[in-house]
Write a protein that binds this ligand. Structure first.
Ligand SMILES: Nc1ncnc2c1ncn2[C@@H]1O[C@H](COP(=O)(O)OP(=O)(O)OP(=O)(O)O)[C@@H](O)[C@H]1O
Length: 299
């Protein structure tokens, strides 16, 4: 079940929040949706979910429309978490799962398994307001996945979580993917996207500036990173032609170079100057690519 967006546009008055966005989100994979604050990620999710209507373009899932009739197949973790604070976890999540077509017995069974997995089995009888923010988020995540959706949309799923909970949630996301769920998530943390996603899109002012397979994106970026550690001063490298960035890190340095041929020039220049401990040519990080494409407007 591939999710396709074709020329999707959303205008709020005269402001265009999403501008002719065309994307193909492959099934059974994790798709990363990146962009600076206000780039249009949440607006896109809301259009996919049918919560707001696009001003133009088509959104299809497996070649047909997507809307409330498919809500039992879709799970959503919204950016502004929205559980009822006074309601107990089990009552609330079972109620929501039933709305999405699951029977109570199965929902309770699934909930117990998820709470066990997240190491909070005793939370089922607690009120949401009595849980910490991070734990409320875990419960909201469970609410998005309890009814076993085929398509899962996660808006900033890792924000506000401690490192242990981030890992726990990441593992859960990977397991869901392996079980056949198609997952789209937005994040400002490049390392999460790099670790989890094969495909991604970077949105900038509502337009996709990068879109495709992570591997291909890195390869086609052209620029590479070079890391050198040596027993002599490396500062002269920053003035070499083709070196676009230089960062000193004590006895080592990181360089961004225009292409991999420049790394050969660097190696030649280093030759004979002293002892070189390490020399590595690396693909650019997603962070490098993001900064280049989105630039100064990234907060
Ligand atoms: N209902 C609305 N009315 C008017 N403008 C809106 C509305 N919803 C969103 N916008 C505007 O559309 C733009 C995109 O917002 P959106 O929430 O989609 O960004 P985002 O990429 O999710 O940002 P963030 O990373 O900060 O969550 C913003 O400039 C926002 O102010």
């Amino acid at each position: 079940m591939t999710l396709k967006l074709h020329n999707v546009t959303k205008k709020f008055g005269s402001f265009t929040a999403v501008d002719h966005l065309s994307l193909e989100i492959p099934e059974k994979q994790i798709f990363g949706f990146l962009g600076a604050n206000g780039a249009g990620k949440t607006t896109t999710f809301r259009m996919i979910l049918g919560l707001i209507q696009q001003s133009g373009g088509d959104i299809t899932w497996n070649e047909s429309g997507i809307g409330y009739d498919k809500s039992h197949l879709i799970g959503y973790l919204p950016e502004e978490r929205g559980l009822y604070p006074k309601m107990k976890v089990q009552d609330q999540l079972v109620y929501l799962a039933r709305l999405r077509g699951m029977n109570s017995k199965e929902a309770i069974h699934e909930l117990e398994q998820w709470l066990e997995k997240f190491k909070v089995p005793d939370y089922k009888s607690k009120k949401v307001e009595d849980l910490s923010k991070g734990n409320q988020q875990k419960i909201q995540f469970i609410s998005a996945v309890l009814h076993k959706p085929k398509l899962l949309i996660l808006d900033e799923p890792f924000s506000g979580l401690d490192p242990v909970n981030v890992e726990m949630l990441k593992e859960a996301v990977v397991e869901l993917k392996e079980a056949g769920t198609s997952i789209v998530f937005s994040s400002h943390r490049m390392e999460h996207v790099e670790e989890l996603c094969e495909h991604l899109c970077i949105l900038h002012h509502g337009k996709p500036v990068v879109h495709g397979k992570l591997k291909d994106i890195k390869r086609s970026f052209g620029k590479k990173n070079v890391r050198v550690r040596a027993d002599f001063d490396l500062a002269f490298l920053k003035d070499l032609p083709g070196v676009t960035k230089y960062k000193s890190l004590g006895d080592s340095c990181e360089l961004q170079v225009e292409n991999e041929h420049i790394s050969q020039t660097i190696l030649t220049e280093l030759h004979g100057k002293g002892f070189i401990r390490t020399f590595d040519l690396e693909e650019p990080s997603l962070n490098d690519i993001f900064i280049e494409k989105v630039g100064d407007s990234y907060e």
